[in-house]
Each structure stands twice: as structure tokens, then as C-alpha cells.
Design a protein around this ligand. Structure first.
Ligand code: ADQ
Length: 408
């Protein structure tokens, strides 16, 4: 066991995730099912736990019931050597208001910091798909003597308007920061790439507490980590970037090294599933040296009967595929695909039933939906649009618990 400095991890999990609607209609974004048997929050929690960061508070707020339940059932741990992973709901400790932003969420939870007295506070987002060893980022943070260290990754410039954009010198000191600009800057070596914040930060405790308190006094602040706290620290303190390209995780391949996806939109969420099922996956869930942990229900293996088959797909436990064809899809646990049905390029969440002869293409079908016999989804978008939201990239979303039938 290496001698680690005292670290408290805070996971920001209160996001509403409007752009993932309808899959966030009654759950917080970090609780959205992903990859057949996971929820989004499992990625950050696995990264922290695999690194040995075992004091973790998950700040929840928006529609947090399924998130709280998941953390309590799958991740909850307390006692043993002071280790714990615990959901912390908004408690209105500083007055009768919910969290006004991610910085306010931490400000209102500072009692956790005062109790724990950590040297460093790891503040990570909860809705990204990636593997990362945060110890390497902590080592960098300590070596530079930074007040804050921001994890950074190069993204296509055309997508960078959704991120905090970083201008750093060769010494990794951040010279300039602009949150979600309409015209993001390129990098010195590539005009089509932007160095973006991953929304993962490590703070020296005093620096974070001071910055949060100063921010709380500013009447025009939105009390947002990326919008207010980081820009203030870049201006006033030593803020460094940790280049994610340097991070190395055991068992990763050349192909999935450096993989990180913000799955905040339907199209990004869908594309990240496509990354899982290609023959040589761009993101490899089968790396047991850095496992992505989750709940494994007590279920029988998947079963294929009456000539039912699947190709280039992941199929969860407890699923039955009967005389049906599944291609290029992520099929979760406890799904039934009935005779003659065809499922292509789709994401079926747990408990879905696809009726006899139904066709489902390029769709995300949320938990416990029943697609009626003979229904056709994802083939004629004009007709689909009357029943379902369709993303810019042409992905049809079917909301949780929907029971569908082909309109007459
Ligand atoms: P966004 O993802 O747009 O940008 P935000 O919506 O604040 O920022 O979400 C960040 C994290 O905080 C998410 O995990 C979310 O669930 C959580 N969160 C949001 N509001 C919260 C609240 N009130 N209480 C608790 N948790 C909350 C951020 C940064 C950018 C960066 C991107 C990377 O602002 O600079 O580039 O993340 O995805």
C-alpha cells in the first residue's frame, strides 16, 4: 500500500441532463443506464476506487432516487479504516435553497470537508465514459504545487463549444481559460483541435474553500465550477492542467488509450455505445486490470433459441432472443426479443421486450418498454417523429415504460 496524502473525493452528480431527454425524464444523468449493465456514474466511481481513493461523497440533487438507490445498493461502503462511498443529497444547509450550481453544491457541503480535513480534494464529474488513474493526476498536482489542477484533453474544435477551453504553457501552467466559448480556440500545433477541460479537478483544500467562499459573495456569479471557480483561480492562483494523454491505465490497448466521452447528448450517448460493440472496441469493457464495477444481478446467462442470433453485439444476462436477429446493438439484462423481430444498431435497456416481427433500427429503447408486435421504429423518420423524439443524428428515443404499437 503506498503512502497517499489524505484525499477526499467529491463526485458532482446533481446534473439535470436536459439534452439526454427523455432518458433523464425521471432519473439524474449519472443514473442513466449505459453499456448493458452499468450506469454512467459507475465509470467515475470505478476510476476512484481502482486508484484507492476510498472516501467518496456523491453530491446528488435532481431526481436522485434511482441514483441514490444505485449508490446505496452497489457502492455503499462505510466503516473499514474510515472508507466510505456515500450519496449526499442537497440539504439546504445554508438557507432554504437548492443547489444553484455545481460550486454551490460543494459550498453547501463544506461540512464534509471540515469533518474529513483532507490535504487535497478531488472533484470529478459523474457523466463521462472513460478509464483514468487519478493517482497520476494527483502526483502532478503535488509536484507542481498547484492550487488547482484541471484534467485536459484534446477534442475536435467543432465540439469544444460545450467545454471549458484551456490555454496552457509547456510547463502546464494555465494562462487563459474560457468556459464554453461560441468560437473555441485551436491549439498551437493543431488549429482544428481544442484543449478542453474534462470537468475533473484536484484542489488543494485551502484553495478550494477560499475560492468557494469568495464566489458566494459575488452577486453576478452563477456558482458554477467551470464558469466561475476555475476562471477565478486561473486569474489569482497557480492553476495547472494535467494532460490526460499522459495517463496510463493497466491493461489498456493502443486503441482505447485516452478514450473519454462526454455522453451529454443523445448522439454522443449513442455513439459511445457503437464504440463498445465494434469488433475491436474503441472502448474495451473487457479490461479486467482496471475493471468498471457495477451491480451483477443474480441472473441466468443469455439464451438464443429457435435460431435467434446476434452479431457484433453485447447481450446481457437473463436475456432471451428467440428466432430474432440482433445486429450491432447493446442489449441489456432481462430483455426479450420475440420471434421474427429485427434489432439493428440499437441500445435496449434492461427489461425491454421487443414483440414478434417488430423492427427496431438506430434507437435507444429505455427500461421496461414493450415494443408491440409488428411495430416499426427507426425506418421511416417522418412517421416516427409523430411518436418519438429523434436526435440530430437520427437516433430515435423511446421513453422508459413506453408500450408501443404501430399506428393504424
Ligand atoms: P458541463 O458538463 O456543462 O460542463 P455541468 O452541467 O455543471 O457542466 O456538469 C458538471 C458536473 O456537475 C456533472 O457531473 C453534473 O452532473 C454535475 N452537476 C451539475 N449541476 C450540479 C448541481 N447543481 N449539483 C451537483 N452536481 C451538479 C462542465 C465544465 C466544463 C467542462 C465539462 C466537461 O463546466 O468546463 O469542459 O464539464 O464535460
Amino acid at each position: 500500500m503506498r503512502n497517499q496524502p489524505h484525499v477526499l473525493a467529491i463526485v458532482l452528480a446533481g446534473g439535470e441532463g436536459k439534452r439526454l431527454f427523455p432518458h433523464t425524464a425521471d432519473r439524474a444523468k449519472p443514473a442513466v443506464p449505459f453499456g448493458g449493465s452499468y450506469r454512467l456514474i459507475d465509470f467515475v466511481l470505478s476510476n476512484l476506487v481502482n486508484a484507492g481513493f476510498m472516501r467518496i461523497c456523491v453530491l446528488t440533487q435532481y431526481k436522485s432516487h434511482s441514483l441514490d438507490r444505485h449508490i446505496s445498493q452497489v457502492w455503499h461502503m462505510s466503516g473499514m479504516g474510515g472508507e466510505y462511498i456515500t450519496p449526499v443529497p442537497a440539504q439546504q444547509r445554508l438557507g432554504p435553497r437548492w443547489y444553484t450550481g455545481s460550486a454551490d453544491a460543494i459550498l453547501q457541503s463544506l461540512n464534509l470537508v471540515y469533518d474529513e480535513k483532507p490535504d487535497h480534494i478531488v472533484v470529478f464529474g459523474a457523466d463521462h465514459v472513460y478509464r483514468m488513474d487519478p493517482r497520476q493526476m494527483l502526483d502532478h498536482h503535488i509536484a507542481t504545487g498547484a492550487a488547482v489542477t484541471v484534467a485536459g484533453i484534446r477534442v475536435p474544435r467543432s465540439e469544444a463549444f460545450a467545454f471549458g477551453c484551456i490555454d496552457a504553457g509547456d510547463d502546464d501552467l494555465i494562462r487563459d481559460w474560457v468556459e464554453k466559448p461560441s468560437d473555441p480556440p485551436g491549439t498551437p500545433d493543431d488549429p482544428d483541435a481544442t484543449f478542453a477541460s474534462m470537468g475533473n479537478y484536484i484542489f488543494t483544500t485551502d484553495a478550494l474553500v477560499t475560492a468557494l467562499k469568495a464566489d458566494a459573495e459575488k452577486p453576478d456569479s452563477t456558482h458554477d465550477m467551470g464558469g466561475d471557480i476555475i476562471p477565478a483561480l486561473v486569474e489569482q492562483e497557480r492553476a495547472y492542467v494535467y494532460d490526460f494523454a499522459r495517463n496510463q491505465v493497466p491493461g489498456e490497448t493502443e486503441r482505447d488509450r485516452g478514450y473519454w466521452r462526454d455522453v451529454g447528448t443523445i448522439d454522443a450517448f449513442y455513439d459511445a455505445h457503437v464504440d463498445l460493440v465494434s469488433v475491436h472496441p474503441v472502448f474495451n469493457l473487457y479490461n479486467n486490470l482496471w475493471p468498471i464495477r457495477t451491480q451483477q444481478d443474480n441472473l441466468p446467462p443469455a439464451k438464443f433459441v429457435n435460431g435467434g442470433m446476434s452479431q457484433e453485439s453485447m447481450v446481457g444476462a437473463g436475456t432471451i432472443i428467440s428466432a430474432a436477429t440482433v445486429r450491432n446493438s447493446v442489449v441489456s439484462n432481462n430483455v426479450i426479443v420475440e420471434d421474427g423481430a429485427v434489432v439493428e444498431g440499437s441500445v435496449l435497456m434492461p427489461g425491454v421486450r421487443i414483440g414478434r416481427g417488430a423492427v427496431v433500427r438506430k434507437a435507444i429503447v429505455d427500461k421496461n418498454c414493450h415494443i408491440g408486435a409488428g411495430d416499426v421504429i427507426g425506418v421511416d423518420h417522418e412517421r416516427d417523429r409523430l411518436r418519438f423524439p429523434i436526435s440530430a443524428g437520427g437516433v430515435v428515443s423511446v421513453a422508459k415504460n413506453s408500450v408501443t404499437s404501430l399506428p393504424g
